[in-house]
Design a protein around this ligand. Structure first.
Ligand SMILES: [Zn+2]
Length: 275
């Protein structure tokens, strides 16, 4: 990346933004002059030559004065462009990784940053750590004009979404889809189709989105990760996640498909018949 330098300032799950701008933006080189004396950690977002984006952690005693505002990273979803959110998320993930890999897990030596790669290296035993990314499957299950939506006890009041879960060691993403759906709502699915992916920096998931078709069984929620799940007609959906999330996009995509705003009349008829 090249161009004017940008500074993405993150502390745990919050980001520091200029309070006086209409749009949420990273700090520019000009803004940075006021803040650089407080910098504790600065990491380039890209290790390639000419990187002009930086992830920054400030001194723990830095207090946001006038003109600055700490905002939860989560609140940026859908409020800034996708590429912008991904940059903030990358900054948060890199700083989290840097903070939690300061010592070698094998021999206990203090680690150092690799010169050219995004890696922390042990100078004593040469073990390397790369930023950790955790793959997760996220699945919209459909049955003709109905969508299977579920809520977790962690969700805001009234919110229903798609099913999701971490991929476990030794699993393909397809296996993870079938296992998660079986565990969470006890039904069977088929016709898996890859939809797309989204980095989700809370703290380091990569959401892999799939559409799946109902293939049998009765909904039975696990009562732990899922507190309620039901079929919803696409015209009578409950409160769903915003379009800045992959869950929100998959649900809207399917609704548009049935409403005829999306691609292919044939596809639409095929979906309607499948009840
Ligand atoms: Zn070591």
């Amino acid at each position: 990346m090249s161009g004017e330098a940008r500074f993405f300032i993150v502390r745990e799950d919050k980001v520091l933004v200029p309070a006086d701008r209409l749009e949420i933006t990273a700090f520019t080189a000009g803004d940075w002059l006021q803040l650089q004396a407080h910098a504790a950690t600065i990491l380039p977002l890209d290790k390639g030559p000419g990187s002009s984006d930086f992830a920054v952690e400030l001194d723990p005693d830095f207090e946001a004065g006038e003109g600055f505002e700490w905002m939860r990273l989560r609140r940026l979803v859908g409020r800034v462009a996708d590429a912008e959110f991904d940059a903030w998320g990358k900054a948060a993930q890199l700083l989290h990784w840097h903070r939690t890999h300061r010592y070698c897990g094998r021999c206990g030596q203090a680690t150092i940053a690799h010169a050219s790669e995004q890696a922390m290296v042990c100078p004593a035993c040469s073990l390397s750590w790369y930023p950790r990314i955790s793959p997760c499957v996220i699945v919209l299950v459909t049955r003709g004009e109905d969508l299977l939506l579920a809520r977790s006890p962690r969700f805001q009041e009234g919110m229903y979404s798609t099913l999701a879960g971490f991929v476990e060691p030794g699993e393909s993403v397809e296996t993870a889809v079938h296992r998660e759906i079986g565990e969470e709502v006890a039904i069977r699915v088929g016709g898996l189709r890859y939809f797309g992916s989204q980095p989700w920096p809370f703290p380091g998931q990569l959401m892999l989105g799939f559409l799946a078709e109902y293939a049998g069984g009765e909904i039975e929620v696990d009562g732990v990760e899922i507190s309620d799940a039901a079929w919803y007609h696409y015209r009578r959906l409950p409160l769903i996640p915003g379009p800045g999330t992959i869950a929100g996009r998959m649900i809207r995509h399917y609704r548009h498909l049935l409403d005829g705003e999306g691609p292919g009349a044939e596809d639409r008829d095929r979906l309607r018949c499948r009840r």
